[in-house]
Each structure stands twice: as C-alpha cells, then as structure tokens.
Unconditional design. Structure first.
Ligand SMILES: [Zn+2]
Length: 327
C-alpha cells in the first residue's frame, strides 16, 4: 500500500472507531449475524513475526486475541451459532449472532478447539482438501518466504499475490515449482503446515467443530469454467464426506469471490450456506442479499491487540464511514 493510501486508511479507521463508540453507547444495534474469519493462529506473545507464513494475511490472530474476541461478543449478548442453526424452524433468532470461521485448514488452528469447549461456542473450519491430503504448504506462504529470501519487498510480494489470484491452482503451482523447485511446497513447521487427515478426523469429532468446504486446492472458483468449478466443489464435498462421514453444508469461496453461476453450483452440490469476504453484517432476515444464504458477508479481524476493541466496535456499529463511502 502506498503511503498516502495508508494514511487515509488509518484516518478512516480512527473516524470509524470514534463513530462506533458513540453509536453503540447511544443506540441499540440492529440485530444481525456477524461472521468473522481468520486464517492462521499465531503463538501468544511472539515478539517477531514468523518467517514461514505471510505476515499480512489479514486475519492471523493469536489465541489470546481469539479469547478476547469471544468474550467481547458474549459480553455484548451475542449468541454463537453453527451453520445449521440458521435453519431451525422457529428461530429464537431475532438476536445478535456470531459465527466463527477459520479458512484454509492450518494445523495451528487446532489450538482453537479447547477454547471453543471452554466457552461452549462452535466454529467452522474450512479445509482445502488437497493440502490436507498432500501435506502441502499454502502458495501465498511459499511465495512470501521464497521471494522474501530473494529480498523482494512485502509490497512487491503482495502485488505478485494479487496477480496470481486471477489464476488457476495448477497455473500457480507450476509457476512456483518452476521458479523455486518442487520442494518449495514442503511445510517448514507446525505453523505453516495444513492439518493431516488424522488430525481432521480427530477435530471433526468435537461437538463444537463444523467442517466446511474450501475446495480441493484452494481453487479460486471464478477462474474456472462452470463445469470445472462444479467438479471441484462436488469432489470436495465427496472427499470431506469420505474423510469425516459428514457432507459439508457450508462453503467458503477461496478469496471470497463468487458469482451467480457459483451460487448455482453450490446449491446443486447440496450446500446451503456460502460465505464471502464482503465485510458487512448480515441483517435479518438472514440471507436477504443478492446471493441469499449462499453469499453471506464476513469480516476479517486483525490480531493487533491495540486496535482489537475498535475493530470489534466497528463491526457491530450500524453506521460507519466505510459503508457510507461505499454506498
Ligand atoms: Zn482460503
């Protein structure tokens, strides 16, 4: 991000933090479902950022961040739900709800499970199946560390990552293997590796864990033909069922991008809920947006301790500068 853009972002965040604080003191927020999303769980209190995963992955948090987030929503009378709760006959549901989601299937997410049990809150873990099957590191982490070794700046690396978001998984894999060698996809540690098959089976037995579809190879589905995308989603559904005995009801579209065709595909593969990365609340009736429940909105939450409460207030506030500028 260039410096002026960065400064504008900081200013608009500060304004929104101020608006949210005042709004929440004066008004009762409109009931809605809030869906935060996270990627990696970082060790508590680590003084420097780990070198094996992309540092800007905008939703990496520590377990103490997550504890603070859960306590914040509980204190504000939110009910934590799992996807199925959106379909209960008579929802007791005209109240604020929160659904926690974790994308990609990083092994480091295992540390979330005891916390879910401690607070009795559910969460959805979206798996990219081939990563689990092959113990393969995620391409954005590989690209980050390999390019960083070659002294590329984070700005340049991020530009490269953006470029690859218009490519298929095979194209990205080929590029990385060609440039950095086939060993580049080997995980470096427990921090960057995906869950193993055995570990997925284990966590899936937990009553607070829901497993969701995140495609086979973190495929950005809008980069494929209708038939290819359908095949990916369907095969992922079958692979998860084979692994844990349950067919997913929910999909997280990699990078959050979806389209009317993808919604049709998701529906035809038996999915009932889909989540994007459009940072908005889901007001009642839930799914009253263009894609219905197959395109629910989600917020990233960054693990900066000093801004965490402001971020959470902004998520709950029904008025923000950001939304105002968008409309
Ligand atoms: Zn993802």
């Amino acid at each position: 991000m260039n410096p002026p853009k960065r400064i504008l972002k900081i200013i608009s965040f500060s304004i929104d933090a101020f608006i949210a604080k005042i709004y929440l003191q004066l008004k009762k927020e409109r009931p809605a479902l809030v869906i935060p999303y996270f990627h990696a769980i970082l060790p508590n209190g680590q003084s420097s950022l780990p070198i094996e995963i992309h540092p800007n992955s905008h939703a990496n948090i520590t377990i103490s961040n997550l504890r603070a987030i859960i306590e914040y929503f509980l204190m504000n009378d939110y009910q934590f739900i799992k996807p199925r709760d959106l379909f209960v006959e008579k929802p007791s549901l005209i109240k604020n709800m929160c659904m926690l989601t974790f994308d990609d299937g990083y092994f480091n997410n295992h540390s979330v499970v005891p916390l879910l049990n401690e607070y009795r809150v559910p969460a959805v873990f979206f798996l990219s199946l081939n990563h689990v099957n092959e113990n393969k590191a995620f391409w954005w982490d590989v690209l980050y560390r390999e390019e960083a070794k070659r002294t590329k700046s984070i700005g340049e690396i991020n530009k490269e990552i953006e470029y690859f978001k218009s490519k298929t998984a095979t194209e990205i894999d080929l590029f990385i293997r060609d440039k950095f060698g086939k060993k580049a996809f080997e995980p470096w540690s427990d921090l960057d590796r995906p869950f193993s098959l055995k570990e997925v089976k284990e966590i899936s037995m937990d009553k607070y864990v829901v497993i969701g579809n995140h495609t086979l190879n973190h495929d950005i589905l809008t980069n494929y033909s209708f038939e290819e995308a359908k095949n990916i989603v369907q095969t992922s559904q079958e692979s998860v069922e084979k692994l844990i005995g349950v067919v997913p009801e929910i999909i997280s579209y990699p990078t959050g991008t979806t389209s009317p065709q993808l919604l049709q595909i998701a529906r035809s593969c038996g999915l009932r809920i889909g989540v994007t990365t459009n940072p908005k609340k889901n007001y009642f009736p839930i799914g009253d947006n263009w894609g219905g429940k197959l395109a629910l909105h989600r917020f990233p939450i960054k693990g900066h301790p000093h801004s965490l409460m402001d971020q959470l207030n902004i998520i709950r506030s029904d008025i923000t500068l950001r939304n105002f500028l968008r409309t």
